[in-house]
Design a protein around this ligand. Structure first.
Ligand code: NAD
Length: 708
């Protein structure tokens, strides 16, 4: 676990090497080993100094989240962090020099352990990152990070790491004083050893030296007060208080950095336990860490199908989506045949990759030869014959059934026998599109999101005839792109578009009820959604909502139940205010200026005399999405809660602190959620009607996720 060796000079090397794991983590066993190793360094008179390092590529990846979440007992959690604090304090106050040699990354608990050393030397490793990303999972650094880091760098410089979870490269960490030196890769242990040997007097941390002052000023200094106040206001404004961790981190700094470090650590321990037990952290850890991790490891992949590696793929249609898909495939090292109906259109699609790599090269994120190689992998053409060696072809032409059928036939005429044809349609059922295919078992939906290079989700849609092997190989492709897949069964709007639209339409319904537009938008943001429903409608355009509404009405006839919001979208189209692309929708989009709510809305939708409480609106905007998600589960569109929650967070920005629509229901409890739906259905109609699945769950006391 931690191998301790003592050499002839009396230097102990504590080498982390947790068996059976690719990374070292802090958990019950490794903390016990750490405490024993520290006790030995402190108590053994033969030990003159110590080096802590790792036999793995990275130092310590952080705390083991399974371990952290395996108890709900505050006293147990408090004892765990306090024990770690005690051990690290013992190490840093023993007087013997302790150097930490970092061959790779030190993040979270890993960096916190390293901060208890007196000297940190990092290898010159471009992959290594240093930071305290706990906040991104709703936690705070509980191993002393909120206390040691600001005491080391000053409060102002520590805040971006603590509040945003910023990860630094070795050079940046050196500049901030988080590490003391960078050594050539492989020489970091020798450099650490040289430093330990050079120490002739007892060593102390700066904060244990009498008269120590926090660099840049203490909490009480006017400049720091100003920074803390601004940070406080900003975190609140950005998150509407939905995320308690940034506030707790600020409290740790505010209350802890002015007092002695032991008191500061006690403050941190208290807030840390509060955060671990918070529903926000539990939701974020479940969805952003565990569920997303499972999705990325292809938990939905049919087993026993051999993996497929992709070297060449085709993309039909070099428009906005096709150009983006070509770029991410080339970025992943694949050769790409990018086809459009004429050469200038195909070239324009490749031009998109040009722009992206140029930007990255200018920022130094991509070497010129890498940029060149990426572009060379993309062939822009009109010639379908070039698809002859493509293992996968993604269709991204206009949203038109006949056109999609035509290009499918053309492509399949030249594609190799085992190749897959994937449609990027956003609204057309996959099984219908597969009717044009001569091999429907090798036809699947791969729904990318715009902009493709920044949106990590791919909704994989299984058609009626899609084979298990095709599903497995499509998932291999998504994984090779470095993106996150969710798997759904074919249905109108699939999963993401269907549930996302309920948020938008509920916002429009509120407008029709006479709720003030600014209140609707604020409610969306307070609910934790990234954009208000009216602004979002303008982004997708009221025209598209109306088009889908008409198509659904034509397909379903009497069975179709439009939502009240549809009428509002239709009205906006009549008024010619179709959305952002027309420069006018619910907002005006003046050239060069920022958008403003259209004053004419007051005339179209007069305000009701009594405005609802914002909390009621938040409840409606979130509940409408959660109910529709349950319907997707009930109808078998979704196959598990994991894909529902991951898809919602990554696909349309469902608030991570809620953990996704199904985590939201678990947080409220099925019984409570049923009551909520019944109440909303009574006043707002059948779109809130309780799905039978939820009634059963409430009656049986079930949840979507088993307790961890
Ligand atoms: P787009 O209009 O930007 O691009 C479509 C491209 O297809 C154009 O370049 C056009 O010249 C080309 N094309 C038309 N006929 C062709 C033919 N016979 N052969 C080859 N190329 C042909 O559209 P887009 O936004 O990129 O959407 C493409 C598909 O992706 C649609 O099915 C759409 O529903 C879907 N989609 C779009 C989004 C989005 O946000 N725009 C998101 C997900 C999925």
């Amino acid at each position: 676990m931690i191998n301790v060796t003592i050499d002839a000079d009396g230097i102990a090397t504590l080498c982390w090497d947790m068996p059976g794991r690719s990374q070292n983590v802090l958990n019950e066993a490794s903390c016990t080993a750490l405490f024993e190793a520290i006790a030995r360094v402190v108590q053994d008179d033969a030990v003159k100094g110590a080096i802590m390092t790792s036999a793995k590529p990275d130092f310590i990846a952080g705390g083991d989240l399974e371990w952290l979440l395996n108890t709900d007992q505050a006293a147990v959690l408090l004892e765990r962090v306090t024990a770690l604090h005690r051990a690290l304090r013992k190490l840093e106050t023993c007087g013997k020099p302790v150097a930490v040699a970092l061959g790779g990354s030190a993040l979270g608990g890993g960096l916190e352990v390293a901060l208890a050393g007196h000297y940190r030397v990092a290898a010159d490793n471009p992959k290594a990152r240093f930071g305290l990303p706990e906040v991104t999972l709703g936690l705070l650094p509980g191993g002393g990070g909120t206390q040691r880091l600001p005491r080391l760098t000053g409060i102002q410089k520590a805040l971006p790491l603590l509040l945003e979870g910023k990860r630094l490269k070795a050079g940046e960490a050196l500049k901030l004083g988080i590490i003391h030196a960078v050594a050539p890769a492989g020489e970091e242990v020798a450099a650490a050893r040289a430093w330990v040997l050079a120490q002739t007097a007892p060593v102390q941390q700066p904060w244990d030296v009498k008269g120590y002052k926090v660099p840049g000023g203490a909490v009480a200094s006017p400049a720091v007060q100003q920074v803390l106040m601004a940070a406080n206001a900003m975190t609140h404004a950005k998150t509407w208080g939905n995320y308690p961790a940034p506030q707790a981190i600020l409290s740790c700094v505010y209350e802890g950095v002015n007092v002695d470090i032991d008191t500061g650590l006690a403050v941190e321990a208290r807030y840390f336990v509060q955060m671990v037990l918070s529903k926000e952290a539990k939701n974020m850890i479940r969805s952003l860490f565990f569920s997303m991790g499972e999705a990325n490891k292809l938990a939905s992949r049919p087993p026993d199908v051999p993996r497929r590696r992709y070297s060449q793929v085709g993309v039909l249609g070099a428009g906005m989506m096709g150009a983006g898909i070509a770029y991410v495939a080339a970025r992943a090292g694949m050769r790409v045949v990018l086809i459009d109906r004429d050469q200038p259109a195909a070239d324009k699609g490749k031009g998109y990759s040009h722009k992206l790599v140029e930007k990255q090269a200018a920022r130094g994120q991509l070497a010129p030869d890498q940029a060149q190689a990426l572009l060379e992998r993309i062939t822009a053409t009109t010639d379908y014959a070039q698809l002859a060696e493509c293992e996968m072809v993604i269709e991204a032409v206009f949203e038109d059934r006949a056109l999609k059928a035509d290009v499918t036939r053309k492509a399949e005429a030249v594609m190799p026998a085992g190749a897959i044809l994937a449609s990027n349609t956003s609204t057309l059922p996959i099984s219908g599109l597969a009717e044009a295919s001569s091999r429907p078992e090798q036809f699947i939906g791969l729904h990318f999101f715009s902009p493709v290079d920044r949106m990590p989700l791919v909704e994989v849609i299984i058609g009626r005839q899609t084979s298990q092997a095709t599903l497995a190989h499509a998932l291999d492709f998504v994984q090779a792109l470095g993106m996150t897949p969710i798997v759904v069964n074919d249905a109108r709007g699939f999963y993401t578009s269907r549930v996302f639209s309920t948020y938008v339409l509920e916002g429009l319904a509120l407008l029709a009820e006479g709720v003030a537009p600014a209140l609707i938008e604020n409610a969306g943001l307070q609910a934790g959604m990234p954009v208000g429903p009216l602004a979002l409608t303008d982004e997708v355009s009221s025209e598209l909502i109306v088009k889908i509404d008409r198509q659904t009405r034509a397909d379903l006839g009497a069975a179709y139940q439009p939502r009240p919001g549809h009428q509002v979208a239709a009205r906006m189209v009549e008024l010619g205010r179709i959305g952002k692309k027309a420069g006018q929708g619910f907002y005006d989009y003046p050239d060069g200026g920022s958008k403003r709510l259209w004053p004419g809305l007051a005339e179209q939708y007069p305000r009701a005399a009594v405005q609802p409480d914002v909390a009621q609106l938040v409840e409606r905007l979130i509940t409408v999405q959660a109910v529709e998600t349950v319907r997707c589960m009930e109808e078998g569109v979704l196959m598990n809660a994991r894909d529902a929650d991951v898809g919602a967070i990554l696909g349309w920005g469902f608030p991570p602190f809620r953990g996704g629509p199904l985590s939201e229901i678990d947080t409220v409890g099925a019984a409570g959620f049923v009551q909520r739906c019944e109440r909303l259905a009574a006043s707002h109609g059948p779109r809130f009607a309780v799905p039978a699945l939820l009634k059963t769950m409430a009656a049986d006391g079930q949840a979507f996720y088993p307790p961890r």
